[in-house]
Design a protein around this ligand. Structure first.
Ligand SMILES: NC(=O)c1ccc[n+]([C@@H]2O[C@H](COP(=O)([O-])OP(=O)(O)OC[C@H]3O[C@@H](n4cnc5c(N)ncnc54)[C@H](O)[C@@H]3O)[C@@H](O)[C@H]2O)c1
Length: 364
């Protein structure tokens, strides 16, 4: 088992990474979060796969456990479902010293985390992420939220977990679409921060597609390492943390235009990252060869990169609704070569629109 520490003073915590470590969840939570009473939050699919193992592990440490399940799907990441979980927390008699344990993907993690942030003004949260996307991204860093009908993640908080337990074996049961979606974020880390990691992904394409255990653990470790360093320096996303959002301004517009039904988050990030790379090329920040490398990497892993045919001006309008807009000006994270980034708030509207149009005519 590997351990990474997120250094945030009194809010510091460990990320434990290993294969088959779900059975050790109880012992890890007892030792590192020091709780006796927990509310395990999951959804029916994940609970049927892993719920019993986690329950046994918690009960084995003498913990008192109640279970709450939310329906499966992004459309249920809302205040109404969160309040149902709060009701169950009240019924279970959770106290300030208790914990919410989130077992599932990013949807369960975000909603359970939101409940932990607001219940009795905040109780402990343990994340046990079970999708690739949640293991490399959403479970670390303390952003918790539910959606408002006007937009994604509009109601939320910064609430760091007390512990993150990542069992890479859980990825073996993931659908290929959800697995690929996580790869959308994985590649983004490399392009933004780490050229060596991009080489690693290129070299291990076959093992990645076969979900090789060692390669998966290495990938999760690298991504969590990058994320923990950024979160430790910029917990509340003043600036540096924004760099994690390469491709997200384009991607969020796509998710919204597809009403959150057509594209998963990671699929939209992959398409958005390629659009950002095209824009960077047009602005002279990235050469054609590196642009091709980025497209090839995504496509080699099986991810779509062509931007769908929404009118570019409409996409631009939706990009302006992004939370990263500051005083009406788009703030874009753009690759500057591979493994480096720049945040730009001076990119003309016309350049963005041209980049979207180019991304729509990419070879498939
Ligand atoms: N908080 C953050 O910092 C942050 C960062 C990125 C994304 N997010 C959020 O994460 C969410 C997306 O997360 P996601 O991609 O994990 O989607 P998800 O939680 O919807 O999971 C995808 C599907 O996989 C299923 N599943 C989960 N684990 C499984 C397993 N081990 N085996 C089989 N099936 C499994 C789920 O039930 C679901 O049907 C979005 O709501 C996004 O906004 C949050």
């Amino acid at each position: 088992m590997n351990k990474l520490r997120v250094d945030l003073g009194e809010r510091s915590y460990n990320i434990m990474i290993g294969s088959g470590i779900l059975d050790e969840a109880g012992a890890l939570i007892k030792a590192q979060a020091g709780v006796q009473k927990v509310l395990l939050v999951s959804n029916p699919l994940v609970f049927s796969l892993y719920g019993e193992r986690v329950l046994n592990s918690l009960a084995g440490q003498g913990m008192k456990v109640a279970v709450a399940q939310m329906p499966d799907g992004e459309q249920f990441k809302n205040v109404k479902e969160a309040m149902k979980i709060v009701d169950q927390a009240v019924r279970a008699g959770l106290e300030r010293s208790s914990a919410v344990v989130a077992l599932g993907g990013g949807v369960v993690g975000d909603l359970a985390g939101f409940v932990a942030a607001i219940y009795q003004r905040g109780i402990r949260l343990v994340q046990i992420p079970t999708t690739l996307l949640s293991q490399v991204d959403s479970s670390v860093g303390g952003k918790v939220a539910v959606n408002h009908r006007q937009g994604k993640n509009l109601i939320g908080a910064f609430h760091q977990p007390a512990l993150v337990i990542i069992d890479s074996n859980t990825l073996l049961s993931l659908s290929s679409r959800d697995y690929l979606s996580g790869l959308g974020e994985v590649v983004k880390y490399g392009i933004t921060f780490d050229a060596d990691f991009v080489c690693y992904l290129e070299k291990h394409r076959e093992q990645i597609l076969n979900r090789d255990k060692k390669v998966l653990e290495a990938i999760i470790h690298s991504c969590c390492e990058l994320k923990r360093m950024i979160v430790a320096q910029d917990e509340r996303e003043d600036d540096l943390r924004m760099s994690l959002n390469l491709g997200h301004t384009f991607g969020h517009a796509l998710e919204k235009l597809g009403r959150y039904r057509i594209y998963t988050h990671g699929e939209a990030v992959a398409i958005g990252t390629v659009a950002a790379a095209i824009l960077a090329t047009k602005l002279g920040m990235l050469n054609e060869q590196d642009l091709k490398r980025i497209g090839d990497l995504y496509q080699g892993l099986g991810l779509e990169t062509r931007f769908p045919g929404y009118p570019p001006a409409t996409v631009y309008r939706h990009m302006q609704n992004d939370k990263k807009v500051k005083e009406g000006q788009l703030r874009l994270v753009l690759p500057e070569g591979i493994g480096h980034f720049t945040i730009r708030d001076d990119v003309p509207r016309r350049a963005v629109i041209e980049a979207i149009a180019s991304a729509q005519s990419l070879p498939v």
